[in-house]
Design a protein around this ligand. Structure first.
Ligand code: ZN
Length: 342
């Protein structure tokens, strides 16, 4: 408790009455004069601003007032009560937050949802617009690792007759040359990885012996090659790389481990091979086949037949390099292709 002398004015007469003001730590005050005691709370009274050495006036809740001359002690009172208000304010805030914990939970859920939404939806859309805006020369750089992969122990030289290779290549190049696109397409035949085909961003398309042997006509192989060309034209390799890099950059930013973010460009061919494209990108590559063949007056039937044959073929193999594993929902795709047959 702090005590301080005061001059009390009752509000009716100009007569000053000698009084004593007592301030409890909890903010309760007693004003004592003669044998009278008036109780009030500090925060309900109003203290005039400090002006040099002049006495300050404390206006009481009942309309009366006190004049206080001991400015030092008054300042102590003020400081004590201000500190109390501050800590009360903090407690109030914590209490408010506690009572709104469900609001915090919702916020956290929203933020996590937004992050996943960004990776699931925003990121693919962003990667697409960025990929399509970047120059074609980047696709060339992205395919620098292709040669290493093609010549790796995953593949052996093709055992297909040269005439068959040439017939397929000639037909594919004839059709793709009608396309107004800056990529330069080329075909590479290799043995290995079951019935498979994949495109590098530069336009190199690798097709395996098993896939060619599975086809009943060259048109079926060409259908698959056009699908791969659809990945090239739509810059899907670059999109995949941008997405993977973005996720890695995000992880890097959070963990501070920069070792994970290097070597991306070199890793792209392997990324394509192992991870494959999303269902949306596969659909886009199919759309390319549909539109392009329609424009060329060609039937999509052979491509549909080929997809069916590949998926049936893989039901009897346990190859991890399944064409169908990286090309999901084959049944749905086949029926789409059949519907648009001219
Ligand atoms: Zn594909």
């Amino acid at each position: 408790m702090i005590k301080i002398p005061a001059n009390y004015f009752d509000g009716h007469s100009a007569l000053a009455i000698k009084a004593e003001l007592r301030l409890q730590e909890n903010g309760e005050c007693q004003l004592l004069w003669d044998d009278v005691q008036y109780d009030f709370v500090w925060t309900e009274a109003e203290l005039s601003p400090a002006l040099g050495k002049t006495a300050r006036i404390l206006r009481l809740p009942n309309g009366a007032k006190c004049e206080i001359s001991d400015l030092m002690v008054l300042a102590r009172m003020e400081a004590q009560q201000q500190a109390k208000q501050k800590s009360r304010g903090l407690l109030y805030w914590v209490n408010q937050m506690e009572s709104r914990w469900h609001f915090i939970v919702i916020t956290v859920v929203l933020v996590i949802g937004l992050a996943f939404g960004m990776v699931g939806y925003g990121l693919p859309a962003l990667s697409k617009s960025v990929a399509l805006a970047l120059p074609i020369s980047i696709d060339q750089r992205l395919s620098e690792g292709a040669a290493g992969l093609i010549e790796s122990e995953l593949f052996k030289p093709s055992e297909l007759p040269l005439e068959r290779q040439q017939a397929i290549a000639t037909e594919f190049i004839r059709i793709i040359n009608q396309l107004n696109d800056e990529h330069s397409f080329s075909l590479i035949f290799r043995k290995g990885l079951a019935a498979n085909a994949f495109a590098f961003p530069s336009g190199i398309i690798l097709v395996t012996d098993d896939l060619v042997n599975l086809a009943q006509t060259d048109a079926e192989v060409v259908g698959v090659l056009l699908h791969e060309a659809g990945h090239v034209v739509n810059r899907h390799g670059l999109q995949l790389l941008l997405q993977s890099s973005a996720v890695t950059l995000l992880v890097t930013a959070i963990t501070g481990d920069f070792s994970a973010s290097t070597g991306f460009i070199a890793a792209l061919p392997m990324l394509l091979l192992k991870k494959g494209y999303s269902r949306d990108l596969e659909r886009e590559a199919d759309d390319f086949v549909l539109e392009y063949m329609k424009a060329q007056g060609l039937s999509t039937q052979p491509f549909a037949d080929m997809l069916q044959r590949i998926s049936q073929n893989h039901e009897h193999t346990d190859s991890i390099w399944q064409y169908t594993s990286s090309h999901p929902a084959t049944g749905e795709r086949i029926s789409r292709l059949r519907q648009v047959v001219p």
